[in-house]
Design a protein around this ligand. Sequence first.
Ligand code: GZL
Length: 323
Amino acid sequence: MKRKWYALTALLLCSVFLSACRAPSQTADPALVLGFSQLGSESSFRIGNTKDMERAAKEYGISLMMDNANQKQENQINAIRRFIACRVDVIAFSPIVEEGWDNVLAEARQAGIPVILVDRKIQTADSSLYVSQIGADFYQEGVMAAEYLLRKADSSGKDRLHIVEITGTENSTPMKQRHEGFWDTVAGDGRIVLLESVSGDFLRSRGAECIRYLLEKYGNEIDVIFSHNDEMTLGALPEIEAAGYTPGEDMMLISIDGGQEAVDLLKEGKISCIVECTPMLGSLVMQTAQAVKEGRSVDRAIHPTEQVFTSDDDLSALAPRGY
Ligand code: GZL
């Protein structure tokens, strides 16, 4: 009798486990099964990236097993382990921070499952842990933001511009490289004076908190706000107006991402410059996953082309942003 109970229990556990391996977007006879760990839903960029991954998986006939880590690295590590247990063909993930991935990626390599980095990068001494990184050149995004500021400094004729910086998630690639690209570009230009840099974690709510603190401390001394993403910029804008300042006149906002909500405010002149960071990476990821599965070589780094929008541009013909 006991033996029968054990057999039934084992059967039940296996069925639960296998159902957990079923890709929600299971397509009939899929080209491959891709396990994708998305870091969260913190911004319109992230939500747009998730939607585009789902779109592209359907287009390429790929079964997408997606997990949302809700901004926690441990959830991403657990998801990658689940993908390994489910024997997916390829693993892709957007690492919330750069450190702490070597062990779980070594487990994926041990299982013979190739890994693609989406959007962000990792720091590792072992380059064999992933086959490709598909995402923006964040350093260049910082450079483009700074080049805009220097052009405006030249045309304004001002000999001093006081700037505050609202940075993204600590130790994430976009935060580190946007910061480096921006400050490397303005280095040595005595007109640009940093008042303070504070962390907003890429969140709208934190952007509001940061600017309230900065306005309280520096007030009308602030000439420029360099915000690492639109979400934090959109959080800061109402606070700037509530404090009695006119964004685009009293203070220049420079932002990154290029979602619809922010671009609309750029057209109104409330935001002065947006460096595009496209979330539409799905097709590149699916093409790369297919190439890897078929044993074809892939580029180690694949950067989408990105542009800069300014409030001086005629954006009337700009297509809807889709995020
Ligand atoms: C950049 C991406 C960043 C976006 C933010 O590619 O990692 O994360 O700029 C998002 O909006 O939170």
